[in-house]
Ligand binder design. Structure first.
Ligand SMILES: CCCCCCCC(=O)SCCNC(=O)CCNC(=O)[C@H](O)C(C)(C)COP(=O)(O)OP(=O)(O)OC[C@H]1O[C@@H](n2cnc3c(N)ncnc32)[C@H](O)[C@@H]1OP(=O)(O)O
Length: 221
C-alpha cells in the first residue's frame, strides 16, 4: 500500500515559502477591501416592490451558470425571496459538479454561494457584481446532496454591499457545510453592455420579454 497523503514526502521544489512580492500591494492592484462593513455603513433596504417572501426568483438569465436552465452542466440553483433582504436557495450536487470522487468541487460550492448572494441585489433593486467573496469549507459535500443556502445582506456603504451566506446539508436546519462573506459592488448596466461579449449582449437586449431582458442584467424593469 502506498504512503498516506499526509505522510507522503514533499515533492522537490514545493517547500512553502512566503511570496517575495504580494500582488495585493503592487502599485497596479488596489488593496483588498475588508469584508467587515465600516462603522458608518447603513442597513440594507428592501425595495417596496421586491417579491414577497416565499416567491421563487426564477432564473435571471437562461445561460447563467448558477441559475439558468439552458446549461445542462450548470447549478440550476433555485432561489426564493426571504424576509428583509434575505434569500434561500437549493442546489443539488450532480456528478458533473465533482472535484474529488463523489464529492462536490469547492469552486462549484463557491459558485452556489456567489449566485445566492448575487440574488440579494434583486430584492434591493440594485445592480451589483461580486467584488470579493471568501468561503469557508467546513464539511465535505457528497454528490446527490441538496445544499440548502441562506443568504442575507448585512450592510451597505456607498457602492459596497456586504452580505453573508451559509450552505447546510441534511436539511434546511442541518449542519453548515460552507459559509461565505462577500462584498458586492454596485455597477451601472453599462458594466455588462461594455464588457460582455457582443453576441450574448445583443441577444439578451433583443429579448422581446421585457422582464427577461431586464433580469438578464438584474435591472428591475
Ligand atoms: C446580473 C447579475 C449576475 C450575478 C452573478 C453572480 C455574481 C457574479 O459572479 S458577478 C461576476 C464576478 N465579478 C466581476 O466580474 C467583477 C469584476 N470587477 C470589476 O468589474 C470591477 O473591479 C468592479 C466593478 C467590481 C469595481 O470597479 P470600479 O467600479 O472601478 O470600482 P471603484 O470605483 O474602484 O471602487 C468602488 C468601491 O468599491 C470597492 N471595491 C472595488 N473593487 C473591489 C473588490 N474587488 N473587492 C472589494 N471592494 C472593491 C472600492 O474599494 C471602492 O470602495 P470605496 O467607495 O470605499 O472607496
Amino acid at each position: 500500500m502506498g504512503p498516506s497523503l499526509a505522510r507522503r514526502a514533499r515533492l522537490p521544489g514545493t517547500a512553502v515559502r512566503s511570496a517575495a512580492v504580494s500582488a495585493a500591494t503592487s502599485p497596479e492592484t488596489p488593496p483588498e477591501t475588508s469584508l467587515v462593513p465600516p462603522d458608518d455603513a447603513v442597513a440594507p433596504v428592501r425595495h417596496p416592490e421586491a417579491p414577497a417572501p416565499g416567491t421563487p426568483l426564477g432564473a435571471h438569465y437562461d445561460h447563467c451558470f448558477g441559475c439558468g436552465q439552458a446549461l445542462p452542466h450548470g447549478l440550476h440553483l433555485q432561489a426564493h425571496a426571504g424576509e428583509g433582504v434575505s434569500v434561500t436557495a437549493e442546489f443539488t450536487v450532480k456528478p458533473q459538479h465533482q472535484g474529488a470522487p463523489g464529492l462536490a468541487h469547492g469552486g462549484v460550492l463557491t459558485s452556489a454561494l456567489d449566485e445566492t448572494l448575487g440574488s440579494l441585489n434583486w430584492l434591493m433593486h440594485s445592480i451589483a457584481v461580486t467584488g470579493r467573496l471568501e468561503t469557508d469549507f467546513l464539511l465535505p459535500v457528497p454528490v446527490d446532496t441538496v445544499l440548502h443556502l441562506d443568504a442575507r445582506c448585512t450592510a451597505v456603504h456607498g457602492r459596497k454591499i456586504y452580505s453573508d451566506a451559509v450552505g447546510r446539508i441534511g436539511g434546511p436546519k442541518g449542519p453548515i457545510a460552507v459559509r461565505a462573506k462577500a462584498v458586492f459592488i454596485e455597477v451601472k448596466v453599462e458594466h455588462f453592455i461594455d464588457n460582455g461579449r457582443k453576441e450574448e449582449i445583443e441577444a439578451a437586449m433583443e429579448d422581446p420579454d421585457q422582464v427577461r431582458r431586464a433580469r438578464a442584467f438584474e435591472v428591475n424593469p
